[in-house]
Design a protein around this ligand. Structure first.
Ligand code: GTP
Ligand code: MG
Ligand code: ZN
Length: 321
């Protein structure tokens, strides 16, 4: 019998899967095609990256040359995913497939910038749903505050998300503002930084931990949306602290959520939901909806409700069979 080793995937580059073994050594592994076939189930060939993702615990065997072969992916405690982009997904009865970003994470830091690109609460709310639906602790970071002359706007969004119950960090990676606060929150956890392109995810991680992640050299934010970080990678900060830098996203649609469950991922809705007349209420056009009533009475912010409706309308009910 070949000796099996336990490892953790920390980076994937095309067909190379980089694993830390129990002693923290970096081992380049590959994933046998046969193994991929077993895992394929309903998925498109293009989704090789999803069979094994950053954060996965795996079993592997060693080759004589020091490289490894992955034999098993251990059960995931959780994973962060989204609906795959249309261009990557094979259409099977019209539904799109899941793209898993990373697994076994504790904290999701949703990174936004106040300007360049301007903050977009719809995108933040979509990423919140991805985190909440996978039971990942959600935090919000508003970066680039050095670009803002008037501070009211950033105070508005800070209060907005704090009132819902999220921790909000106001930062400038360039000026070193707010870096210690966010750093403290990452201790002894696996933390993923996710958000639109160009908001400063890699810059923040560099400022927090004196890293050397690639950062966009053109300081002027370009509407063309270049992606500086192209692959997800996990970095070990100390024995129990890890951070994951991700490529920026342009669009995000939650995956695998039923219309009648979406309200539970807007956490300020939860206390009201039980008062809806129907327990399958989607809080849109049903009679006696407690969420609609709470919006009318200003217990729930209209902007959040609009975000909710916006996501609800993109959920394809026929995905479930
Ligand atoms: N003014 C200002 N610029 C910043 C700040 N943080 C990052 N930037 C700039 O914003 C640009 C994008 O930063 P990145 O760190 O590459 O952004 P990212 O989110 O990692 O982008 P992707 O990897 O493409 O997803 C770079 O030119 C940074 O110098 C900040 O706090 N203030
Ligand atoms: Mg980056
Ligand atoms: Zn309702």
């Amino acid at each position: 019998m070949e000796k099996k080793h336990l490892g953790k995937i920390f980076r994937i580059e095309s067909k190379d899967y980089y694993v830390w073994d129990a002693n923290g050594n970096e081992i380049r592994c590959n994933l046998p095609g046969k193994f991929k076939n077993e895992l394929r189930i309903k998925k498109n060939k293009l989704f090789t990256l999803d069979y094994v993702v950053v954060g996965d615990d795996v079993e592997f065997v060693r080759n004589n040359d020091g490289s490894g072969v992955i034999k098993k992916v251990c059960e995931r405690k959780n994973c962060l995913s989204r609906k795959a982009l249309k261009s990557r997904a094979v259409l099977n009865r019209g539904e799109r497939v899941e793209q898993i970003i990373a697994s076994n994470v504790n904290n999701l830091f949703i990174i936004a910038s106040i300007l360049e690109p301007p903050i977009n609460n719809r995108i933040i709310d979509r990423i919140i749903v991805a985190g909440e639906s996978n039971k990942i602790n959600v935090n919000i970071v508003i970066n680039k505050i050095d670009l803002l002359k008037q501070k009211e706007q950033v105070e508005f969004w800070k209060n907005f998300y704090e009132n819902i119950g999220y921790s909000v960090f106001i930062t400038s990676a360039i000026k070193g503002i707010g870096i210690e606060n966010i750093k403290n929150k990452t201790q002894d956890s696996v933390n993923i930084f996710w958000g639109p392109s160009g908001v400063g995810k890699s810059s923040l991680l560099n400022a927090m931990f004196a890293l050397d992640l690639k950062v966009n050299e053109i300081s002027q934010y370009s509407q063309k949306g270049v992606h500086t970080t192209v692959t997800c990678s996990m970095i070990k900060i100390n024995k129990d602290t890890f951070v994951i830098d991700t490529p920026g996203i342009r669009e995000i649609a939650p995956y695998g959520i039923k219309k009648e469950d979406l309200g539970y991922y807007f956490k300020e809705f939860i206390p009201f939901i039980k008062n809806c007349r129907f327990n399958t209420c989607t809080h849109s056009d049903e009679p006696d909806c407690a969420i609609v009533e709470a919006v009318e009475n200003n217990f729930i912010n209209l902007l959040r409700y609009e975000s909710y409706i916006n996501i609800l309308n993109t959920i394809e009910q026929d995905m479930y069979f």
